[in-house]
Design a protein around this ligand. Structure first.
Ligand SMILES: [Zn+2]
Length: 282
């Protein structure tokens, strides 16, 4: 199962919600910001405004590659017995939108993209690199993955925030815990705000960091270790009931990466002070 499909399906849900939750405050805000008087489009979007909404709107281009047009899928209006118009999700069952069924359909429509080659970083232990690679491939036993494989899980919500379905992207990117962690990482490493939509984006962050080559590799080590530590914290919570403490996780990432970058990267002169401020030349 490629993560791309899960990601697209989760984002497609916002199209569905936009069309259905007419009274939602978030929808009114999106409408106020993105609506253009002179243009009609299925979902409003001002191309000049970057951000998550533009990204959500653009997923239709990705879905078209699968031969699936969201504006046609959702655009069917029916009149129900009570005389109310309602939108239906134009799939086989004509019921409401379901992330799960969309993932299943996308999975069938397109062979997995196996072309992505993760850059291997030997400054972190193999287990950390392999873990990131498995996360990218959607191969970690996360609740949504188990659900898709037909394994019965009693609770599919994220064990950390208990608000969203636990997907790989949710856990390492959009969960409040992950977001806070990435914002701490970005300010500590002095890079612009980390804005990722897929695990692949996180694995490629260093390529757009403008750091010299070895410093970019050190930054990549931080990103890989962050993914590793998110998983460890999640497991400690699920299996040992250990509450997550963001400061402890940040401390763990800092200490582990210092040790690894200094020793495994053979950067012997790197000091803790330099590492703490991410202020060094390698
Ligand atoms: Zn969460």
């Amino acid at each position: 199962m490629a993560l791309q499909e899960i990601n697209l399906a989760l984002l497609a849900k916002w199209w569905w919600r936009f069309k259905n939750e007419k009274d939602g405050m978030w929808r009114k805000i999106v409408w106020a910001i993105h609506h253009l008087d002179r243009s009609w489009s299925f979902i409003p979007a001002k191309v000049s405004i970057p951000g998550p909404w533009k990204y959500i709107v653009n997923i239709n281009k990705e879905l078209l590659k699968y031969g699936l047009d969201l504006s046609k899928r959702i655009g069917k209006e029916v009149v129900l017995g009570d005389g109310m118009d309602r939108l239906v999700w134009d799939f086989e069952d004509n019921e409401g939108f379901s992330v799960r069924s969309l993932i299943r359909d996308l999975d069938e429509l397109k062979p997995h993209d196996e072309n992505y080659v993760m850059e291997w970083n030997n400054w972190v232990p193999k287990k950390v690199g392999i873990h990131a690679w498995r996360v990218e491939m959607g191969c970690i036993p996360i609740l949504l993955e188990l659900l898709k494989r037909g394994i019965v899980v009693t609770k599919a919500v994220c064990p950390i925030c208990e608000e969203e379905l636990e997907s790989t992207e949710h856990l390492v990117i959009s969960c409040q815990f992950a977001q806070t962690l990435w914002s701490v990482i970005s300010s500590r490493c002095k890079v612009s705000s980390i804005f990722a939509f897929s695990v692949k984006d996180l694995l490629d962050l260093h390529r757009f960091s403008y750091f010299p080559k070895r410093k970019a590799k050190a930054f990549n080590a931080v990103c890989l270790t962050t993914i590793w530590c998110i998983w460890r914290a999640r497991n400690a919570l699920v299996f040992e009931g250990k509450q997550i403490n963001i400061n402890n996780v940040v401390g763990e990432i800092k200490a582990l990466t210092f040790l690894w970058v200094k020793n495994r990267g053979k950067n012997r002169s790197l000091t803790w002070e330099e590492w703490r401020g991410f202020n060094f030349m390698l």
